[in-house]
Design a protein around this ligand. Structure first.
Ligand code: MN
Length: 233
């Protein structure tokens, strides 16, 4: 009799332990650092391997860790899509805004770059839209570069698809982005440039315009086109 009584109890206990362990693992992994889609030195000479390694492995990892650290304060973060968190970021605190933005922005940034001569060119629909909104790709690049040059302090420069379907170039401070419900000019980002000094200072020091110029040699137009086609649907 006692044996029959004990077995289910032991089974229940082991199941509870298992559920607890699984729950803890899920919490720790709610937001994860995506691997770089290329080797750390693959974007040289535009972006040096040391900058890329520190930027991805240390800076981006810290945003992910800090964001995961906020789950205890905001259980709604558990399992949430980062894009959804961004669209409702006013519901959270400054740490979620900064670290959630840092996670979203860098995750996008890695994908819209590719090794020199591997990024392709804008697809047909994107080319047409660029011509309509900026006259030419050269003119869009010029305006984007000027915006990046004058983004005072730390921030990001974006090419976005606005709700009306038109393209726009916009700056955000800190780790804000155009998905956030707290920013003025909203849209779907399809191209982004990190203008924080940590993104370029080791190689370019104070010469941000040289970093911005080099960035165009490693833009992954295939990915930008994919994101445009999805946003414009
Ligand atoms: Mn950065």
């Amino acid at each position: 009799m006692s044996l029959n009584f004990r077995l289910p109890a032991a089974a229940a206990l082991s199941m509870a332990l298992f559920a607890g362990a699984a729950g803890a693992a899920e919490t720790a992994a709610s937001f994860t650092l995506p691997p770089l889609p290329y080797a750390a030195n693959a974007l040289e000479p535009a972006i040096d391997a040391q900058t890329m390694t520190l930027h991805h492995d240390k800076h981006h990892q810290a945003y992910v860790d800090n964001l995961n650290g906020k789950i205890k304060d905001f259980p709604a973060l558990q399992g949430a899509k980062i894009e959804t968190v961004m669209a409702q970021v006013s519901k959270y605190d400054a740490a979620v805004r900064n670290n959630g933005g840092g996670h979203y922005n860098h995750s996008l940034f890695w994908t819209i770059m590719a090794p020199v001569d591997k990024g392709g060119k804008p697809g047909a629909a994107l080319q047409k839209r660029i011509a309509q909104d900026f006259k030419s790709q050269d003119e869009m690049v010029k305006q984007f570069s000027e915006m990046a040059g004058k983004n005072f302090g730390s921030g990001w420069t974006w090419l976005i698809v606005k709700p009306d379907g038109k393209l726009a170039i916009t700056n955000t401070p800190n780790q804000d982005n155009p998905l956030m419900d707290v920013v003025q000019e909203k849209g779907t980002p399809i191209l982004a440039l990190d203008t924080w000094e940590h993104a370029y200072y080791l190689k370019y020091q104070n010469k941000r315009p040289e970093y911005v110029k080099a960035f165009w040699s490693v833009v992954n137009w295939n990915e930008v086109t994919k994101r445009y086609d999805q946003a414009a649907k």
